[in-house]
Design a binder for this molecule. Structure first.
Ligand code: NAP
Length: 281
């Protein structure tokens, strides 16, 4: 039996430690999904960051992590990985028993997190991405083995409010997830920018090139998802013999785009592993 019954998503008090890019995306997504702003709180040392969060979302803010976690049912650890240990040491004595700790910090393992929290504190590691801002995120979630079913469900509900959720059962997969979907939006923005540049180089006005690039990425992704067809099949469908598309694809292959994309994900995965590795003294 769960010793600490939790309120449901819409009734629970959620505190964010760190009110930066990812916390803002989640706060935006949660309020968009109908979570009342007075249920949300964010602690951040930056005065301008706190002001922005209150002005945009009307949530409670604090300069004190300790004050912010008091009474919270869920504490989202949304600081940079290098600050996580300090923040957990600071807040541990102030946590409500049974409060769910939901960490989105890249590379920081469940064991590292648990070592700095009171024994048995419910704990879920999550890797979200910034499209959460518009309800189109995808997150991988991994609960610690001792996290009760109620808190597991709550973590899933929070992340489902801002996009799709993939449950994973091996922590080793988290570095690859971080590298692909966590960092991935940045790769796609780079592609969007390059597509638009190509359009401008071909004589298109910038604004038109931007709109065409965005909609092409969006439409192609939608078609992939909705048809369930392999990317190679859809690629072949738009490639006629001796046509324009095959000429473009040949240029991409000569430029090593496929290998560069694979190397990008692997480099990010390597960096995620480095962030999670114990520091040498
Ligand atoms: N951005 C992404 O796409 C993404 C995706 C998945 C996961 N993540 C993870 O999300 C976490 C946050 O990333 P982010 O991109 O949102 O970083 P960010 O924009 O730099 O946000 C972190 C915030 O934490 C604040 N902060 C620093 N020290 C603090 C402390 N001791 N207590 C409370 N707040 C503190 C920072 O304030 P100052 O700026 O004043 O230092 C900053 O506003 C990271 O662990 C990252 O691995 C990010």
């Amino acid at each position: 039996m769960n010793e600490h019954p939790l309120p449901t998503l819409h009734a629970c008090a959620i505190t964010f430690l760190g009110g930066g890019a990812m916390a803002s995306a989640l706060i935006h997504g949660l309020t968009r999904a109908g979570v009342a702003p007075d249920r949300l709180c964010a602690a951040d040392p930056s005065e301008s960051q706190r002001r922005q969060l209150t002005e945009r979302y009307a949530i409670r803010v604090s300069a004190s992590n300790i004050e912010a976690v008091q009474g919270a049912d869920v504490v989202v650890v949304a600081v940079k990985p290098g600050v996580v240990a300090t923040v957990l040491d600071e807040i541990s004595p102030a946590l409500k028993p049974g409060a769910l700790i939901l960490s989105i910090a890249a590379g920081i393992t469940l064991a590292t997190l648990a070592a700095r929290l009171p024994g048995g504190q419910p704990l879920v590691r999550v890797m979200p991405n910034t499209p959460a801002l518009v309800g189109a995120g995808i997150s991988a979630i991994l609960p610690s083995p001792t996290t009760p079913p109620g808190q597991r469900l709550l973590a899933r509900q929070i992340m489902e409010a801002v996009g799709l959720v993939e449950g994973i059962d091996q922590e080793a997969l988290m570095d690859g997830v971080t590298a692909l979907s966590g960092s991935g939006p940045a790769y796609v923005y780079l592609i969007a920018e390059a597509l638009s540049d190509g359009g401008v180089a071909s004589g298109l006005p910038r604004a038109l090139a931007d709109r065409l690039a965005i909609r092409t990425l969006l439409g192609a992704a939608k078609l992939l998802e909705e048809t369930g067809l392999h990317p190679g099949v859809l690629k072949n469908q738009v490639t006629s013999p001796g046509g324009t598309t095959i000429a473009g694809l040949e240029a991409l292959e000569k430029g090593g785009v496929r290998a560069a994309m694979m190397a990008a994900v692997q480099a990010a995965c390597h960096r995620s592993r480095e962030l999670g590795a114990p520091k040498k003294s």
